[in-house]
Design a protein around this ligand. Structure first.
Ligand code: NAD
Length: 494
């Protein structure tokens, strides 16, 4: 085992330890060994971070910086991230087990988010209103909200931080970013790029710690104006309760059990690749994982046979190796939960078509085989339980209407995939599906230009796209008397 890396948090432009130097270990999921030591922020540390962000918002140079200068700082940050993408990607891989090929690419692609919002920073403006009274000019401006609490989970943490930070900073807010206790290292390292890009102290503060006390203290802090949260629905409910303390605005990007429908007229080879990418990419630890597959009965046998062959050929192993196609799960708890849910699904009548176990040849680390599990009934619990792992639940359908009903029969509504050559059908079905993102003949594509978010238990609020920067502002209405006459005495009636 190599030397244990010792991380610090970024508060008010200083690299600091948690109060009393409290720490927790970070474990490399590919081999189960401790590789990093992470500060465990207390309520006092959260207070320090929020106060620094409040000062930077109210007094610091940030509050007097023009929108164009903010855009330039974000552009520099994006450029630096692109340069550092190898190092950042490697840290994320060691910390979470996600493939280096993907973390490296993602770390480079998040530069695009900072560049996109860099361009938007000085294009957010208010309006002049055609007011219904004489001698008044009335206009609105868009004002930043104040301190933003950005709370992220362990999967794709750099990416999920970028979709919050880029619009929040472009709009002129300051931020306290809380990393997940399961994957903090890459986010803490990202702080170095913040420093190098020249953001004044306190504009971006990065803390690490557990839900209790760190997450709770941050999201209920009276100095916080908006909470931007990505994570699970249970934590989201707690965050809404926390926000009763500070009346902060809340946006929630939560989980999913996203359906993929393959019709009998689809390009089956292409659809199979889309399905595989949708569920086995990132070992299925993706909020938009296409984890429910609905197959038209005419093509089901053929398609399933092809999928099983592909799944069984996936190379599992060291996530840093270029030839690896699937890495481990991020935590042991994830692995245990998946095993438990598969056992329940089997008891409820589902059958394993591929995988369903830990790969016997990999003795260390939290690996699980790409798994395909055929259900005969939508009522099987696995059809609506987010496993966050490489497990695909499959069901057959007869008609388009039945496919839509099955796809919508879920507590979630984040994403969906449709594979068909019939464009009219693609439009009909995408309209009928209750999900925030619908991919037709593709899957798991994102962009800073396209809005992202869910319906139902997948949360509310949207990230990315033009609207996101407005969501980090609020309007102010200014009334200006243009009359040359003095204001009449209000107590003299005419
Ligand atoms: P989680 O909800 O357990 O934790 C997310 C974050 O919330 C962590 O930083 C955690 O420390 C913090 N937290 C926990 N309790 C808190 C509290 N009481 N107050 C404030 N913060 C608290 O989620 P997870 O297990 O880390 O991540 C997996 C979940 O995230 C899955 O459900 C997944 O679908 C979802 N996710 C959604 C998206 C999306 O964009 N929709 C993207 C990625 C992941």
């Amino acid at each position: 085992m190599g030397q244990i890396q010792r991380y610090q948090m970024l508060i008010d432009g200083q690299w600091v330890d948690a109060e009393g130097d409290r720490r927790f270990d970070s474990i490399n999921p590919a081999n189960g060994s401790i590789w990093a030591s992470i500060p465990d922020a207390s309520e006092a540390d959260v207070n320090r971070a929020v106060e620094a962000a409040q000062r930077a918002f109210a007094e610091g140079p940030w509050s007097n910086t023009t929108a164009t200068s903010r855009g330039k700082a974000l552009r520099r940050l994006g450029d630096l991230l692109a340069e550092k993408s190898d190092a950042l990607g490697k840290t994320e891989t060691v910390d979470t087990g996600k493939l280096f090929k993907e973390t490296r690419w993602q770390a480079a692609y998040i530069a695009e988010y900072f560049h996109y919002y860099a361009g938007l920073a000085d294009k957010v403006h208010g309006e002049t209103l055609p007011i219904d009274k004489p001698d008044l000019m009335v206009f609105t401006t868009r004002e930043p909200l104040g301190v933003i609490a950005a709370v992220v989970p362990w999967n794709s943490q750099l990416f999920l931080a970028a979709v919050k930070l880029a619009p929040a900073l472009a709009a002129g807010n300051t931020v306290v970013l809380k990393a997940s206790e399961h994957a903090s290292a890459a986010i803490l390292e990202f702080g170095k790029a913040i420093e190098e890009a020249g953001f004044p102290p306190g504009v971006v503060n990065i803390i690490s710690g557990h839900g209790e006390p760190c997450g709770r203290a941050l999201t209920s802090h009276p100095g916080v104006s908006r909470v931007s949260f990505t994570g699970g629905p249970e934590t989201a409910r707690q965050i809404i309760r926390n926000s009763a303390e500070n009346l902060a605005e809340v946006s929630l990007e939560l989980g999913g059990k996203s359906p993929v429908i393959v019709f009998d007229d689809a390009d089956l080879e292409s659809a199979a690749n889309g399905v595989v990418a949708g569920i086995f990419g990132a070992s299925g630890q993706s909020c938009v994982a296409g984890s429910r597959l609905y197959l038209h009965e005419k093509i089901a046998d053929r398609f399933l046979a092809q999928l099983v062959e592909t799944a069984q050929g996936i190379r599992i192993g060291d996530p840093l190796a270029e030839e690896t196609q699937m890495g481990p799960l991020a935590t042991e708890a994830q692995l245990l939960k998946i095993e438990e849910e598969i056992a329940i699904a089997k008891k409820e009548g589902a059958t394993i078509a591929a995988g369903g176990r830990r790969p016997p040849e990999l003795k260390r680390g939290w690996f699980f085989e790409p798994t395909i599990i055929e259900c005969s009934d939508q009522k099987n619990r696995i059809m609506d339980t987010e496993l966050f792992g490489p497990v695909l639940a499959v069901l057959r359908f007869k008609t388009e209407a039945e496919a839509v009903t099955l796809a919508n029969d879920t507590q979630y509504g984040l994403a969906a995939g449709i594979f068909t050559r019939d464009t009219a059908r693609a439009l009909r079905v995408s309209k009928a599906i209750r999900a925030g993102i619908v991919w037709v003949n593709t899957y798991r594509v994102v962009s800073p230009i396209a809005e992202f978010g869910g319906f139902k238990n997948s949360g509310y609020g949207r990230e990315s796209g033009l609207q996101a920067i407005y969501d980090y502002t609020r309007s102010k209405t200014v009334w200006l008397n243009t009359s040359s006459e003095p204001i009449a005495n209000p107590f003299v009636m005419r």
